[in-house]
Design a protein around this ligand. Structure first.
Ligand code: ATP
Ligand code: CA
Ligand code: CA
Length: 421
């Protein structure tokens, strides 16, 4: 049983999509990475590199199992973000995602129809996004980049790449790669998705009791009397960063985002975790007999490139036990809100550590206040108090969000400790 989500095997409906996404990432990212770093130019933000994959292959792309087209957006910008500001090791990034073609699918947890895929080590999330979200991210990329540069400790989603797969019948799938806020090595005992809105923002408590992985909402948080237990130091830092982040979202006219809160109780520990899985995996190795021979004139170069990149088709290998890491490694150490076991450890009034770790981040930040939302606003507004429903205009949304988050953080003052397990 996978940790979360369903592993995608060859018989899975989204197997081809997964294969194409990972092949595209592997080739496009390694191509960009192979070049010598240079300072970014204005054009880099609007850039789009195109690749065409087929079963035969060519000088640019190795042969692939399926025909598809792949676009890599602003590759130089994302490369700089990853290396300089998100502190990812380039080789690590590619290996985590594509050394083995293993992803687990979370299906579509939200209303939006997006699909979520975890890399096999659980570090990265691939989220398919709507065309509007894709256009929006491209439009705001300069602003996003500037914000990341001046806010290295931001709580906003860390976007590592923006890509598109186009299938032969014309279907286009846009997706981003981002950080998984939740670490592989710690059980998350409670999860909340908080927007600062109360209308319709409740997960049924009776169902929550049966499902420890349920994502709870604002009303559950309020009714359970939750607060983030943070002493003066951490709460000041967190409030300041959340204020800066929501100011950016306000000025970008974004809405519908939320603060995702994962809570790990150190006393409860990792008892519920699945620490390793035995899976059938596929390695990107191609058995020579299954490869098509290239017809027509061949340049010696082409053959060499193909040989060097003979990594396209998937071949089943034996059952492999894959272990999740026992400790936090890597990039999280660079960020103040992700430094304690990959998260933020609770503290008391004297800034002394308590036995809870929070995993926090602002997610779903690519929804601009479009006509669609205005319509939704109109309809929902007729049934409920206009200010409590989610789709209010961006300024109001940001102010309400931030006010709620202040209460979430500061509510603990005066003694309201978690009624821990
Ligand atoms: P909707 O628009 O209906 O809210 P969506 O498809 O845009 O949904 P999100 O809101 O981005 O989806 O995420 C849905 C859920 O997936 C979150 O509540 C959270 O449980 C999980 N999730 C999303 N992003 C992350 C992340 N970066 N790390 C960990 N979990 C995440
Ligand atoms: Ca959401
Ligand atoms: Ca969304």
């Amino acid at each position: 049983k996978p940790l979360v989500g369903n592993l995608i095997g060859e018989d899975h409906v989204n197997y081809v999509l997964m294969y194409n996404m990972l092949t595209g990432i592997r080739i496009a990212v390694s191509r960009c990475q192979a070049k010598i770093r240079r300072p970014l130019t204005e054009d880099d933000f609007g850039a789009c590199h195109k690749y065409s994959f087929d079963i035969i292959g060519n000088e640019l792309t190795p042969s692939a199992k399926y025909d598809f087209k792949f676009k890599d957006y602003a590759p130089w910008v994302f490369r700089e973000l990853r290396e300089d500001y998100f502190h990812l090791d380039p080789a690590d990034y590619l290996l985590s995602l594509t050394a083995k073609y293993i992803l687990s699918e979370l299906g579509s947890p939200g209303k939006s129809g997006s699909f979520f895929y975890f890399s096999r080590d659980y570090r990265f999330i691939i989220k398919t996004i709507h065309h509007n979200e894709h256009k929006f991210l491209r439009k705001i990329l300069v602003r996003y980049y500037d914000h990341i540069k001046s806010n290295p400790h931001t709580l906003l989603s860390r976007f590592y790449g923006l890509h598109r797969v186009k299938l032969p019948h014309g279907r286009k799938i846009h997706f981003v790669i981002m950080n998984n806020l939740f670490p592989a090595h710690k059980d998350v005992h409670e999860t909340y998705d908080l927007k600062g809105s109360t209308v319709g923002r409740e997960y049924p408590e009776d169902k929550a009791a049966e499902n420890p992985r349920a994502v709870l909402k604002d009303l559950n948080w309020i009714n359970r009397g939750k607060t983030l237990e943070l002493g003066p130091e951490k709460s000041a830092l967190l409030t300041e960063q959340l204020s800066r982040d929501s100011e950016l979202l306000k000025s970008l006219h974004v809405m519908d985002y939320s603060l995702l809160v994962g809570i790990h109780s150190m006393r409860r520990g990792n008892r519920d975790n699945v620490r390793s899985n035995t899976l059938k995996v596929f390695s990107p190795e191609v058995p020579l007999t299954r490869r098509k021979t290239v017809k027509g004139p061949k340049s010696p170069d082409a053959a060499a490139v193909r040989r060097a990149m003979r990594v396209s088709n998937l071949q089943p290998v034996d059952h492999v036990t894959f272990h999740l890491p026992d400790s936090d490694t890597g990039e999280r150490q660079h960020f103040i809100f992700y430094q304690d076991e990959g998260g933020l450890r609770a503290t008391d009034e004297a800034n002394e550590s308590l036995d809870t770790i929070y995993y926090l981040g602002v997610i779903d930040i690519l929804t601009p206040y479009t006509t669609l939302k205005k319509l939704e606003h109109f309809w929902k507004g007729m049934q409920a108090d206009r200010h409590k429903i989610s789709p209010v205009p961006p300024t109001e949304y940001a102010d309400r969000f931030f006010a709620f988050m202040r209460a979430v953080i500061r509510g603990g003052e005066g003694g309201g400790r978690f009624k821990s397990e």
